[in-house]
Design a binder for this molecule. Structure first.
Ligand SMILES: O=C(O)c1ccccc1N[C@@H]1O[C@H](COP(=O)(O)O)[C@@H](O)[C@H]1O
Length: 206
C-alpha cells in the first residue's frame, strides 16, 4: 500500500512522516489555506527527505506557468493537480519534467466524458471528496464500482481508525491523508502520522 502524508509544513512533520515509512509527502502550494507553504520553505526541507520518498506539490486552479515555477523552486518531483486543470495543463507540467498526480472529486471523475476519461486514466489518479483537505469521506455509490483502471490513490476523510475499512471497500493502490493526522486544523500530530502509516500498510485491498 502506497501512503502519502499531505499538508506538511515543518521539519518535525517531515521527520515524522519519513520515520513512519511514508512513500510520499505533500506540500500545499494553494494559497490561503491552513496548510499553505511557500516554495522556499519546502526547499529548506528537501535535505531531510530520503531519495525513495516522493515529494509532491499540491496545486488547485493556478496558472500553469506559476505551478511549474513553484514546483521547480521547491524541488518537488511530482505535481498534484487538484482542481479543474486541463489536458493542456497536464502536457505542460509533464513537458517541464514533472510526474503528475491528477486529483478529482469522485463526483467529477464519474462525470468525465469518455474521451477525456480515457486520457486522464492513462495518468496516476487520486479520488477525493468534493472539498479537498476537509476530512470528509465520499459515498462509494457515486462511482458505482467504476474505479480508475490503474494504481489509483484514495483520499478524503481517512484516519488511522478507518483506513483499513475504506481500503477494503474501495481497493485503491494507495492512500493520501491530511486532516486525519492532525491535532488541530493544519497542525500535524507525529503519533497520528505513525498510526496512520502503520494501519495503511497493514490494510488489504484484495
Ligand atoms: O489539504 C489541503 O489543505 C488541500 C488544499 C487544496 C487542495 C488539496 C488539499 N489537500 C488534499 O486533500 C486530500 C486530503 O484530504 P483530507 O483532509 O485527508 O480529507 C489529499 O488529497 C490532499 O492532498
Amino acid at each position: 500500500m502506497f501512503v502519502k502524508i499531505c499538508g506538511l509544513k515543518t521539519p518535525t512533520d517531515v521527520d515524522a512522516a519519513v520515520r513512519a515509512g511514508a512513500d510520499a509527502i505533500g506540500f500545499v502550494f494553494v494559497p490561503g489555506g491552513p496548510r499553505s507553504i511557500d516554495p522556499e520553505s519546502v526547499a529548506e526541507l528537501v535535505s531531510r527527505v530520503p531519495e525513495n520518498v516522493e515529494m509532491v506539490g499540491v496545486f488547485r486552479n493556478q496558472d500553469i506557468d506559476e505551478v511549474i515555477r513553484i514546483a521547480r523552486a521547491a524541488g518537488v518531483q511530482t505535481v498534484q493537480l487538484h482542481g479543474d486543470e486541463t489536458l493542456a495543463d497536464l502536457a505542460a507540467v509533464k513537458a517541464a519534467g514533472f510526474t503528475v498526480l491528477r486529483a478529482f472529486s469522485a463526483d467529477a471523475y464519474s462525470k468525465l466524458e469518455e474521451s477525456e476519461r480515457a486520457a486522464w486514466d492513462a495518468e496516476r489518479i487520486l479520488l477525493d471528496a468534493v472539498e479537498p483537505g476537509a476530512g470528509v469521506t465520499f459515498d462509494p455509490a457515486v462511482l458505482d464500482g467504476d474505479f480508475p483502471p490503474g494504481d489509483w490513490l484514495l483520499a478524503g476523510g481517512l484516519r488511522p481508525a478507518n483506513v483499513a475499512e475504506l481500503v477494503a471497500l474501495f481497493k485503491p493502490a494507495g492512500v493520501d491523508v491530511s486532516s486525519g493526522v492532525e491535532a488541530s486544523r493544519g497542525v500535524k500530530d507525529p503519533e497520528l502520522i505513525r498510526g496512520f502509516v502503520a494501519a495503511a500498510k497493514a490494510a488489504h485491498s484484495n
